[in-house]
Design a protein around this ligand. Structure first.
Ligand SMILES: O=C(O)CCC(=O)C(=O)O
Ligand SMILES: [Fe+2]
Length: 208
């Protein structure tokens, strides 16, 4: 019998990270300079990795996603109500919200679209006598830096790519650079690190 090591040591950077977020509550809009509609807790963005797992307090409002129509819609994160979940009701646990990130969009040529989201100060909460702090825990899942972003070997992704080509609709923004399957001849495959750097550069005009 062989045993495998619990930790694999590698010279490649694993860029997964876990963030603990605390957003203090603010006083009622009538007593602060806060402007609903302008001031937000976290501005509109999409995440850079493959998927993001978000844990937050059950039912706490604030998280919103951008709809295809261009409006903001609240994302209710509620504990489940099935019989099995009720059994554990003494410890209601919020479900885990899974966000698609830019890398997964790139990897699937935009078939899976990264979610644009933001966190606002909900007006209802601001106006309540007891406005709440917001806490969330976010796990950003990224592959190792040197991972080559070869096209996902999926018939569905291939069919999607073909359909985009035929209709001439290549949404550069969705796949960030056209997607893993639309490499120009002679160009080599991007690595996860290069994709991340391109997204950081696009957001912060950050250059090495
Ligand atoms: O705090 C939240 O609910 C979301 C945070 C978030 O979107 C992020 O850190 O990327
Ligand atoms: Fe995010």
């Amino acid at each position: 019998m062989t045993s495998s090591p619990a930790v694999v040591v590698t010279d490649d950077c694993d860029c997964c990270n876990l963030r603990y977020l605390y957003y203090p509550s603010i006083a009622s809009p009538t007593t602060s300079s806060y402007q609903h509609g302008t001031d937000v807790r976290a501005g509109a963005h999409s995440d850079y990795g493959s998927v993001t797992l978000l844990f937050q307090r059950p039912g706490q409002p604030g998280l919103e996603i951008l709809t295809p129509e261009g409006t903001w819609a609240p994302v209710p994160v509620q504990p489940g109500q099935t019989a099995e979940e009720d059994r554990d009701a003494a410890f209601p646990f919020p479900p885990i919200l899974v966000n698609i990130g830019d890398l997964l969009s790139y990897w699937t040529d935009g078939l899976l679209k990264s979610t644009v989201h933001r966190v606002v100060f909900p007006l209802s909460e601001q106006q309540s006598p007891n406005p709440q702090d917001r806490y969330s825990i976010v796990f950003f899942c990224h592959p190792l830096d040197k991972t080559e972003l070869v096209p996902v070997p999926s018939d569905i992704v291939t069919a999607h790519r073909q359909k985009c080509k035929e209709s001439g609709v290549q949404d550069e923004k969705v796949g960030f650079g056209g997607g893993a399957g639309s490499l120009e001849p002679g160009k080599r495959t991007l690595t996860a690190q290069e994709h991340l750097e391109a997204r950081l550069a696009a957001t912060y005009k950050f250059d090495k």
